[in-house]
Design a protein around this ligand. Structure first.
Ligand SMILES: [Zn+2]
Length: 77
């Protein structure tokens, strides 16, 4: 459906925190209630969870380290 009807601004000016389910301003980056970082408003009116790049990168590094260790332990020479 490409029906872009303008609904009343009330529903678009707020979003729900995914952590504590509090209604917060749609442009809020941090939830004023639970102080967690949150993302943009999704279609459901819920704020998206902010991507945790730090843990994402740490996960990649730990996998790379594991792969390197396997190579180092078994495939050397
Ligand atoms: Zn919250």
């Amino acid at each position: 459906m490409s029906n872009k009807m303008k609904k009343n601004d009330e529903t678009y000016s707020s979003k729900k925190c995914p952590e504590c389910l509090t209604h917060i301003p749609a442009d809020a980056v941090v939830c004023p209630s639970c102080k967690r970082r949150i993302g943009k408003r999704s279609d459901t009116g819920m704020a998206k969870k902010a991507i945790n790049w730090k843990s994402y990168i740490m996960l990649i590094i730990s996998w790379a380290a594991l792969a390197f260790y396997i190579w180092w332990a078994f495939f050397r020479e």
